[in-house]
Design a binder for this molecule. Structure first.
Ligand code: NZQ
Ligand code: ZN
Length: 388
């Protein structure tokens, strides 16, 4: 049975090869002083930077640049951005980059006019902003996180070794997102497949919970099938527009709040993966791939009915003459084979995790109650050891 919910997603999307043409009109809706936020420079290599600057100039905007937003953006970088934005009295944030740049820009948009320490308020006490929000829009260049149409803003506190995802309310969602699948052709393969698995993980985190019959599960099975098919095509030919455009669209739907409505969700792969990230600064999608199979094998019996359904409906396992447990296991085996085929990391040891970090990673992982089994820190340690 679906639970009660409110649904509102205020982000306007522009999708396709010509999507950037809408930037000028969008910018007319906002003030003059623009903060242009980007990462380590990929946008200068692939020409997007020049294109954006010329549109900003044509619109007569005053541009302040904030570059060097790193993957897994840090709290120190957030403080730097807050100071810069305050000094320049910024009216609008234009984020050009991947999930890290877009997440960072959301954290910034909520923090610029916040009179308290944003880490304490938004990330520790998990409060919503009660101050003015500086609006933001984005041009997405990397696919996976879903940040283009949600309130997620993951920040890493390197001193405290905590990577925390704040989910802001609709006021902080991007006002618009510009999605051109062609822009994703230049993503390096390692990042590309990490993004593919991030999408898969977002869907599975919301799929592996609840035993009721609900529409979201059918939607998610469809998204998964399309993702599996298109990602295998894209790994062979990264410039296959059909595959890359499908994947870009699946990523948005996987985490734009829609499939989670009315049902419980798990998110333990992300909780463990995020702490692996906090200790290693590894690529987000790879922290998820490395812990997923050990985690799902560990909880499989607790959610057997759903794991069986997953095996049959998503991985086409033939159930004839087999026990539920064998069917479910074959589904996870098929998932593991697929992961090896697209080339994601399967071991946390390959991400820089050492034996002596495991206990701290386990103890510092947040434990959420929405999945088929509420883990203890000791159980997280077992799962992490299986991933070494
Ligand atoms: O920094 P630049 O030079 O731009 O290079 C980036 C970066 O090195 C590069 N890149 C991006 N677009 C490119 C490109 N290179 C060539 N061509 C392009 N078109 O790719 C690298 C990775 O980018 P990044 O933004 O870090 O990756 P991603 O989009 O995976 O974002 C990861 C961050 O998002 C958070 C993660 O925890 C992590 O901090 N997440 C956000 C979520 C949300 N908002 O809901 C949910 C996710 O679960 C995730 O936690
Ligand atoms: Zn993720």
């Amino acid at each position: 049975m679906l639970g009660n919910f409110n649904y509102c997603n205020p982000t306007k999307l522009y999708f396709g090869e010509e999507a950037i043409k809408n930037l000028s009109d969008e910018l007319k809706n906002y003030g003059k002083r623009i903060l242009l936020v980007y990462g380590g420079g990929s946008i200068k290599k692939n020409g997007i930077y020049d294109e954006v600057i010329s549109i900003l100039n044509e619109e007569g905007k005053e541009v302040t640049e904030l570059s060097g937003v790193m993957s897994n953006p840090t709290l120190d970088k957030l403080y730097e951005g807050v100071n810069l934005a305050r000094k320049n009295n910024i009216d609008f944030i234009l984020a050009v980059g991947g999930g890290s740049v877009v997440d960072y820009s959301k954290a910034l948009s909520a923090s610029i006019h916040c009179t308290e320490d944003p880490w304490q308020k938004f990330y520790i006490r998990m409060e919503d902003p009660d101050n003015e929000i500086v609006p933001l829009g984005d041009i997405l260049t990397m696919v996976g996180t879903g940040s283009e149409m949600n309130g997620g803003a993951v920040i890493t506190n390197t001193k405290e070794k905590l990577k925390i995802g704040k989910v802001f309310n609709e006021k902080v969602f991007p006002k618009f997102s510009i999605l051109n699948p062609k822009v994703t052709f230049s993503i390096p393969k390692y990042q590309m497949v990490a993004g593919f698995f991030d999408i898969m993980s977002h869907i599975l985190e919301q799929y592996f919970s609840n035993t009721d019959d609900n529409t979201s599960d059918y939607v998610m099975e469809g998204l998964l099938k399309s993702l599996i098919h298109s990602s295998l095509v894209a790994v062979e030919n990264p410039e296959d527009y059909e595959a890359r455009s499908n994947i870009m669209w699946i990523a948005t739907w996987a985490l734009n709040t829609f499939v989670a409505k009315g049902k419980s969700t798990d998110w333990m792969v992300h909780m463990i993966g995020q702490q692996v990230g906090a200790y290693t600064n590894a690529t987000h999608g790879m922290t998820l791939s490395a812990v997923s199979i050990p985690y799902y094998r560990y909880i499989m019996k607790d959610g057997l009915k759903k794991f069986k359904r997953y095996a049959v409906n998503v991985w086409n396992v033939n159930p004839a003459g087999k026990t539920d447990e064998v069917i479910a296991k074959e589904g996870l085996d098929a998932m593991e084979q697929y992961m090896n085929k697209i080339g994601v990391v399967m071991k946390i040891s390959e991400l820089g995790v050492k034996e002596d970090m495991i206990s701290d990673i386990a103890k510092s992982s947040f434990i959420l109650p929405g999945g088929y089994r509420v883990l203890t820190a000791d159980e997280i340690e077992i799962i992490l050891k299986k991933s070494m």
